[in-house]
Ligand binder design. Structure first.
Ligand code: DNO
Length: 351
């Protein structure tokens, strides 16, 4: 297992030098944030990113994400050209010469979604929270505003048109469009030495009437079966999948991990964070340890150890603690504490 840390490129207020000071962290998870969605990534751009990361004594381990253009998810006529661009980006990843994992998602319109970016926890820290009732009160007629996590911000008009286009795309159509995409991209990834790792939908249920399909064990198994190649794998995100209490995370790890695909089977990347479910489709994020939330992190890591997981792992969303401000979920302090916790668990499990 390689412990990694997400870095949002040169604009990230957290310097690589600070990331390097977290014991055990050897790899960086990053992306080219200035390339518009749908355009091909250049080898030069990725090469510069790699050089920057390596110059700080770290390795570029994961590209998270190359966003998938909405026209691909919608199955619109222009998708072939966009898929070609995607394949070019994947080739560029292969050509920069480091074995890399590509984390991407197939969530319509919105990436991860929260309804409260600063829920105050009893210890005085703040954390990200989601409440289905509060979601219903969000006024999309004003565009995407400053909700979290999105590769693209949409004006009111753009968002309205996009939501209207999705009225013809139900869950099965979205699966078809995902299969169409993977049938074309996976062979390219295989040749390029890149491992695709889809990120589960977060939260793992439909929002704003839009389908969300990568939500549970059956969906992850269907996904890897769409194109049966070791290059077609998943990001095991404990926080996303853990928001549904019926999701048995260690069991998922054991099933996907037992499939052919190298150490860890089809699990190519792990996002570890913890959530506490407090009601129906209502949860907030917590510190990483098992005792703090509903995810039994020790059992998840034990299962990963048992299936020989050898890929990158990162601590995911942290709380804001010790007065830190900045990008919700992506401060330094609590993610560093999470990384230390994961490092310690792994050391205990692997001796
Ligand atoms: C949230 C992240 C996601 C993830 C994308 C991958 O914090 O885990 O935004 O990067 O879904 O495409």
């Amino acid at each position: 297992m390689m412990l990694t840390f997400r870095w949002f490129g040169p604009a990230d207020p957290i310097p690589l030098a600070h990331i390097r000071q977290i014991p055990g962290v050897a790899g960086v998870v990053s992306a080219l944030y200035d390339v518009p969605v749908g355009a091909a990534w250049s080898r030069d751009g990725l090469g510069r990113l790699r050089a920057q990361v390596e110059g700080a004594g770290l390795r570029l381990a994961v590209v998270e994400s190359i966003p998938v253009h909405e026209d691909i998810k919608l199955g619109r006529p222009g998708r072939d050209r966009l898929i070609d661009h995607y394949c070019e980006s994947v080739c560029a990843m292969g050509e920069v010469g480091v074995p890399v994992v590509l984390c991407y998602n197939f969530m319509p319109v919105f990436d991860w979604m929260r309804t409260d970016l600063a829920r105050r926890l009893p210890d005085g820290s703040t954390a990200l929270a989601y409440d289905d009732g509060a979601l219903a009160a969000i006024d999309l007629s004003r565009g995407t505003g400053d909700l979290p996590g999105w590769a693209t911000a949409y004006s009111a008009g753009e968002l309205g048109a996009l939501l209207a286009a999705y009225r013809n795309v139900d869950a099965e159509r979205l699966w078809e469009n995902l299969a169409y995409f993977l049938e074309r991209v996976v062979p390219v990834a295989e040749r390029a030495g890149v491992r695709l790792a889809i990120h589960p939908d977060d939260p793992p249920w439909p929002i704003f009437g839009l389908p969300r399909i990568v939500t549970n064990a059956a969906a992850l198994e269907r996904l890897v079966g769409l194109v049966d190649s070791p290059a077609n794998g998943v990001t095991l995100c404990t926080g996303s999948l853990g928001a549904l209490p019926e999701n048995d995370l260690p069991a998922m790890v054991r099933r996907l991990g037992a499939m052919a695909g190298g150490g860890g089977g089809r699990i190519h990347f792990t996002h570890c964070r913890n959530v506490l479910v407090t009601g129906d489709r209502t949860f907030h994020e917590t510190p990483h340890p098992s005792a703090c939330g509903g995810v039994d992190m020790l059992e998840v890591l034990r299962a990963l150890r048992d299936v020989g997981f050898a890929g990158p792992m990162r601590s995911d969303h942290g709380r804001m603690i010790w007065g830190e401000t900045g990008r919700p979920g992506y401060g330094l302090h609590d993610r560093a504490l999470g990384a230390m916790y994961l490092y310690g668990l792994w050391e205990g499990l692997t001796g």
